[in-house]
Every structure is written in C-alpha cells, then in structure tokens.
Design a binder for this molecule. Sequence first.
Ligand code: C2E
Ligand code: CA
Ligand code: CA
Length: 549
Amino acid sequence: MAMIEDLIEFLQSEPEDLILLWDRIEGWHPVNSESRFFQYWKPEEVSLKGLRSLVVESDRPVYDVFLKRIETDIRGEGEICGTDAGRTYASVRMQQEEGIGYYNVECRFHRNADHCISKMLVLVQQMDAEEVYRMKLAHTITNDSTPSFFATTAREIMVKNPDKKYAIIQFDVAKFKVINEIYGEVRGDEILQFFIDTLKVVCHENQLYVRLSADVFMILTPYEELEDINRFIDLLDQNLLGYKDMNYTLVYGVCLIRDMKDGLRKYGDSAALARQSIKGDALTHVAFFEDKMKEGIYTRKFIEDNMKKALKNKEFVMYLQPKYSISQNCMVGAEALVRWIHPEKGIIPPMEFIPLFEKNGFVIKMDQYIWEEACKTIRQWMDDGIEPLPISVNVSRRNLRDNQFIDVLNGLIDKYQIPKKYLEIEITETIEDAQVNNGVTLLKENGYTLLMDDFGSGYSSLNMLKDTQFDVIKMDRGFLQDFIGSERGQRIVEHTIKMTADIGLDMVAEGVETQEQAAFLEKCGCDTAQGFYYDRPMTLEDFNKKMTK
Ligand code: C2E
Ligand code: CA
Ligand code: CA
C-alpha cells in the first residue's frame, strides 16, 4: 500500500493541486483541504463524479469516457487489470473562479488481498506549459502542417525508446458521409471533436495521434506482440464508438514499422492502403498492411488506362449466380454479376474495379453492357423454347442520377422483345436520397420488379421499409453471417423475415454458405436463397447446362 500513501505525502507539499481520497470507511474526502478548489466547490460534490460539475461543458464527453474507463478498470476488465495499482487519466479544462484552467485528472486505485478496491486516489493537477500547448494543438489540428509535427514528434518518441517496436494505425469512420446525412453535419463534427478529445485520454505518452483529414486519424503506437495492437484497437473501439448513442463503426489499417530510419510517410501510406482495403467489407474492420496491397495502386492506374478498351474487346463478361427455392431445391432465378476477364491478368473481381468505376462514372457504361447481356440471354432462352428464369441486374446509384437509364432499359426490353418480369433490378438502398427515390419511382412506374440489395448492411434501416416501393428485400450476407451465430441474432433474423413478409415484401437471403443456414431460413419463412452453398457465380455456358439438365 506504500504507493498511494507515499504519493499523498509527496503531493501535500503542492497545495495548488487537488487530492481526493476514497476508502471504505470515510468514502470520498479531500486530503489537502487547503486546495483552492474548495473555496468554491460544494462539499456535497466532492467525489470523482462530482468533479464533473467543474469540467467545462465541451470537455464533459471526455470526462465521461474517463469515468467509464475507470469503471472497467475497477471491474478488472480494463487494460490495467492484474496490476496492483492502476493509473488512468484525462486532460480537461475546468472552470475556476478566475477563468478556465487546463488540468490533468488522474485516478489511481489500490486493491486489497481479495482484489477488492480498497482505496482510490484522485489527483487534479494543473498542466505545464508544454502540456497546454499540446492540448491546444490537439483541438486545432486540421491542416496540413500537423502531419509534419506528427513526424517530428514520432521520431523523438522512437529515438527515446529505440528498443521498442512501433506501428502506425490509421482509422476512419465507415461511411462517414452517410453519418453526416443521417445525423446532420453538426453531429458529424461533434463526433470528430469527441474523437480528438477522447484520444487524449486513451493514448498514453508514447502513443501519438494526429487528425489527418476530415475523419481520418493516425496513431503511432509501440507494441511488443501483435496482440498488443489488437488490444489497443479494442480499447479505441470501446471508447470511440457510441457517442450520444449514434450508430457508426470504425475501420482500422495497421502498418508495422520495419525500420525506424525510413520516412514515416511510407508507413502512413501503407496503413491507409490497408484501411481502404476494408471499405465495403461488412465482416472485418481491421487490416494489416501486406505487400500485395501495393499492387492495388498499380491496378488503379491500370484499370483507368484499360477500361474503355476492355469494354470494346468484350473483356467484361456476365456471370450468373443462381437463386434457389430452398423447399423445392430448384433454381428460381439468377443474379448477373460482372467479371473482367483480362487476357494477361486473368479474372479481375468486381470489387477491384466497380468502386473506381462508380467514382469516374464508367459504371454507367459497364452496367448497361451487362443489362444488354442479360436481355440477350433471356431472348436466347425464349428462342430456344426454354422457360426463362428472371435475371436480376445491378443498377449502380450513379445510373439513377439522370433519367436516361430508364430509356436505356426500356430500349433493351424493346430491342429484344422480352417481358419485363424477366429483367429484375437490384439497387442498394441506403438512406433517403432524392435521386435514388426518383429513379426508383421511375422504375416502378415502368413496371419493373425492384430488389433492395444488401439490406441489413451498414445503414439501411427499418425506416426505409415504411413507404418503400421495392418488391423484394435481399438480406445481406454479412447480416446473415453476423447474426446467425447467436440465439438472439437468430431471433432478429427470424423476425426480420416475418416482418418483411407481413408488409408484403419478398425476401432473398444472400451469401448462404451452409445447409444449416438454408434450413434455418426455410424454418423462418424465407424460401429464396443465393450463395456458395448452392452455386458460385458461373459462366452463361455452365448456367445453361444446369438449367437444361
Ligand atoms: P452484390 O450485388 O451484393 O453481389 C453478391 C456478391 O456476393 C457477389 O460478389 C457474389 O459472388 C458474392 N456471393 C454470393 N454468394 C456468396 C456466398 O455464399 N459467400 C460469399 N462469401 N460471397 C457470396 P461479386 O460477384 O464479387 O460482386 C461483388 C459486388 O460487386 C456485388 O455485390 C455488386 O455490388 C458489385 N457488382 C457485381 N457486378 C456488378 C454489375 O454488373 N454492376 C454493378 N453496378 N455492380 C456489380
Ligand atoms: Ca446485387
Ligand atoms: Ca448484395
């Protein structure tokens, strides 16, 4: 127990600071009652929680994180669990009679032999000039000049502790734009400010953070084993998520520093590549940089240089993935999925190029090409006397921006003389988006069957089902796989299926990979499934063989 007692003795010589002690007998009580805090602080507020009343309004969320962390530390779940005396601190501004002051609030606790907390010590100490400078900086870093501050300081840290290993972590908010749309930009800004404030509490002195751009943050952290990095990311998640009950997730890219003499920039870029590699994947949120990710950069240039030629040379090929009736165990439809078959590189999967095509607008041309392939296929079946199965095609949101797409679709239906019921439309609905709504209405008025793609991923919400014009919901692969593992998750899936059926919508489950999943879906009343358990996407030739078997 020496530690806390020694400290108190030492600190009592500094009457400027505030020292509070909690023990089982006396509860909270001041140790240095001469501290000037007591001149204006109400006696009944003297406690760790009561200290919150002195913290300036805008720093209170940080203080709350601090309190939350202490709670987990006390329960022994925090990262300091197992040690004899824990130390947790926050840097906050506090209102004083003479104005606002910058303080470090620190909490230490001591456990008795039974591992119960026997004493808690709270120290409130004024920051020194250097600390105040850093805190002010943390509040204002939004411009380009700070990454250089980061680089210099990072170097200092590494030089000071050369025997440690280091990693760069970058993270950002998944679909931050959508967050801004849902909650408003003010809330978006608040979240980012909250991140900055929280990072101050969560990062210790050898962990350096910087805000790189809007919602991208970078952290230098020492580590011994890779597990330390994962633990730190868990800690970040615990503290950064759930601000004011908002629903958002963070994606992390990690790059290990191989040689401290290298420029940091290279490692930052690699962490960024790792982070970007996760975008759009609902199942992971942390990626470690691997050398092969660098190839991605060349691919990007490669793609832009080659896309037009590829379209002309018919390198884009329509694959079909069957949709099955679970109860009948037979094919009931197909989804058209594009593949880029490059003469040298082989098959390039759509996730490698579609996101880029969506940015540069080429997706419009490519989509329309695939729609035509689907229409041609249906015509061919009809000509061959085969009862066609409906094919659903993906319509990128980019297409919905102007009304031309409807003329293109109607034109194809006309050209190939096929009933509209055979060409179904898949659209990824996120939230209220006037352009998409407009496009959806147009499609509906023109008599197409609409499938809401990726339902249950990211930010699709129950709200969207209220006045929806869609006919079919496609349950996202991630939703199914995330939820099916637990009893509670299963109930959610079950009720989602019941609810959509109840409001008259059909349901297709995507990403069905096992017999158990299929059986579970059938039991819940969802009879249509698409996924590797049945078939992977295949060439038209293979699909035709299956169909006529
Ligand atoms: P999506 O529309 O959600 O398509 C379903 C994706 O899930 C396909 O990936 C499919 O191969 C994959 N998948 C199906 N069953 C399973 C399963 O059981 N397990 C797993 N792990 N995956 C399964 P794919 O073909 O790589 O396409 C990825 C995405 O690219 C599509 O997601 C879609 O958003 C986009 N895409 C593909 N073709 C087109 C297209 O012609 N136009 C547009 N705009 N987007 C397309
Ligand atoms: Ca789709
Ligand atoms: Ca989907």
